[in-house]
Design a protein. Sequence first.
Length: 1069
Amino acid sequence: MTGEPRSSIRRLAGRGKRALRRRLGVTSDVPRPPLEPDVATLVESSLFDHEWYARQTGVQRSREASARHYLAEPRGVLRAHPHPLFDPEFYADALPDDLVEAMDETDPFVFYLRRRTWRRVTHPLFDTKGYLRRNKDARQYAGGALAHYAAVGVPAGLQPNDWLAADAEGRFPDLRAWLADRHEEWAKRAADIPTVWRRRFDDAQAERFTQTWADVSVPRDPDRPTVSVILDAGLDDAAFAATLSSVARQDDVTWELVVVDRGRLSTLAEALAEHAPGASVVEAVDDDLPEALNRAVDTASGRFVAFVRSGDIWSPGRLRLMAAVAERESAPLVADVLARTSPEGGARRYAVDGHPAGALSSRHAIDLARLLFSRALLDEVGTFDPAIPGEWDFDLVLRASQAAKVRLIPVIGVERERGIRVTAHRLPPALRPPVDPAGVPTWADVALNRRLIDWAELAGREQDPETVSVIIPTFHDGRMTAGAVESVLASDGVGGIRVQCIVWDNGSVATVSAELDALKIRFPEIVLVHSPVNHGFALGNNLALPYAVGATVVFLNNDTTVEPDWLLPLREMLADPGVLAAQSLLIYPTGAVQSGGVAFPSTGGIPHAFLRGFPVEDARGIEQLEFAALTGAALALRHADVVALHGFDPIFRNGMEDVDLCLRLRELRNGTFRVAGGSPVVHHESRSQGRYDSHLLNRRLYLDRWAGVAEPRDDVRLWASRGFRVIDHELPQAAPGARRDTLEPRPVLVRESKLLVRESAPRLRWAIKNPAPAGKDGEHWGDTHFARAVAAALRELDQEVVIDARGEFDRSTSRHDDVALVLRGLAPFMPSYEQVSIGWVISHPEMLSWSEASSYDRLVAASVPWAEDTSRRWGIRVDPLLQATDPTSFHPDRGIPDSGHPVIFVGGSRDVARPIVTDAAAARLPLSVYGHGWRPFIDKRFIKAEYLPNAELGEFYRRAGVVLNDHWQEMREQGFLSNRLFDAVASGARVITDDVAGLRDVFGSSVQVYRTPEDLTRLSSLADPDAVFGSDEERRAAAATIHREHSFLARGRQLLEIAVEERRRRGFA
């Protein structure tokens, strides 16, 4: 056979087959196994944008490989997004409970694709609901709003949100492109941060560089050495000998050696005699290494200076090469490469990168061991700062790098074995200080605070006395920051105060950085500063301070929301020159106090947040208290004081810096600190990544600085002002081996007013359990106003009362309560044995279990028939206690009948079509509705407002033609009379309602029943309504009866009698 060899023919045939398979989309002769379900879901969906994913991760992968990588990544804010407009965590957080349960462990994006939840919000910057509302064809589009926006919305210039501006032709920009631009900006900032340790080293480049400079000689000066080498001898003889030997082998350059002796080497003299007999020796007194190094520099005479610490090994020829480059190029600062090896032959890493002049802004500076300094540069910037006992080498490198550009040499000049280096400088345990500066990395932040901020220039500025500058640092949290900024800007102008809002981005990821950029578009007046690195709370706030123009500065956490008038009490307090600083009363979202100032234990030790976990009622009058320190989450100070202190001390990393600031301010000048109870700030307490990494170190630093020096020890006085006696302190359970001095001594409290029940009406502490949520949402619940009315009545009876919203039902401080009064509606409650419990069933009796009902000391109900039936069925005592009204708010003198709305309904839709309202709307009655959630059910012309303040209800009821009322079906069937009936009749109003047993017995003719839409039309359109509902005189009489028999004060007396009875029965002291 002639021609090509068989092997060549086979190769050609193989190429042909592979080309054919590529054209057909076939990648192998062997059938591939099917993709895993989650991977297949992503690969097969056009919504999975693997190019966008690659842009974020910085690695180009195939579509399948990108899907696998995405699914393998842990969930969280650092995870790259699978689509420009899909944020997995945002989507998951916004899902209702049933979908969260259905999603379970499934990836959010996979769940979104499989369940086709196209109408759910997917990204904080894309208005899904608004887009679907504006573009009805998108509702049925395959792939939902995201697919429609890509295919239709972007080409058509449709509006993706309410903050991107349209062009002159009314077209909106592509939000995806806008996000891509923001990512590029973020990437440029990130590129300024050097990679400290690289995995690979370019040996070929090093060889080329070495060859280029091989024949370049270093000029010799007969009167002085070229290089002064300053060697820290360390604490280990073997390590010192190895380092000294590597220095001694440096040739082709003149050098002198100055050794800093720490007095713990037995072979120092012998080693020097062998390798460097002409070396000078400087002794480190009391292990003050920076001071000794400075004296060593003073004795040095070389044109250049290099520092080396015991344990590091210099490469042969290193000194000549560096000196040659420095001399030839007149480079005042030269750095080569440091190679680091892990113990026992582990991973090898290379410190290669440097910094451009003036751009050093993070802890990741060039290692001092890599550098050769010109003596002129050292004389210009100074040597080691004795005020910085830790990270002193970083501080010098920082100053030198700001003054001169670093000339990088791509050649390994220093070898370091980590284990040897550590051993060479580790003090014996008996000689280590309580807090060893060498173990405190935040000394680098202290150096940055000194070098990056011109404090003298700030001190000379004129600040605007009418402006308050609010500084908000944030890290990886765009959503909470947006809420904080919105609430802060709502306070601008309130009380004549100008507000400047400064947002300091502490190195957030690209996706969060874009959210902050969107804030700048929405609110152009804010100052937004992006830092490429995370500087922590203290230094981040300090670095933002130069942007402040106000004479008053407020440091505000990004996870807070404020009220429009929150600044007024703070400014008023600071108007007193004796007040050094003021803080807002910090409240948990569940309604309890998070911090009402800082209390120092009488035992000494770590201070605690005053009133943490207590109801807000316990903070009444807190403005009168004097504190020695405050919490930094919402802290107002004078700009001049902050500058005088050089801000927060960044030696503390996310903890204790606020207390330290206050104690230093007390040392600066006399004065006190105040808490503004009239400035409540909700603190959501997000968990920023790394927030507690330095928790124990912060406490050790605090104790090292302040223990026994300036400890106010004021907790006994502060708690006494709230009616509590501190009888002891206890420490929380510590982990084995933990330092107990870093634990927080918690006061053991007893209420001073706890008494034996020996009198008819003792003063008890009541905790009313309100089933509504805390905050603004709870203001729309009738239960909230009901709870306040009950509390007011009990206080009128000289009772102490606090109110717990649903989230604080099981408040940790509830052991101080004498009575738990549970307004049983939508939220269950299980009583504790610590106090007497009274359950008052005011709504939703169908949700009360037999088990819960029998757990109360006494159960009462707002229905006579239900109380009787339940007592019989469950064999427990249930007393009727009807709902009530407040005669001061609901009385006939609030208005003139028939001068207001002809037909009025006040209440939310409850997301259902409430028949009495829809019947009135269908009959085209002159209906006025106040309440939220009605748009899906009635024409908007009937809706007057989403909310009617409770203080105005009585007037609106009295002036109306008729007031409409209804009940939940279960409540109507079981005889629960609604609170609205009592309020409306107490106001002298006419009321139309659905039928409930016992209506006429309680309300007489003032309340009429409708059973059909025709009844409703007839009763609301009577020519002479007084003939049916009673005359005004008769309605006033009915109102007087309600006031007398069904006021909250009457209910309070009944509840107090029950509480006293049950406490006697339980034997409470």
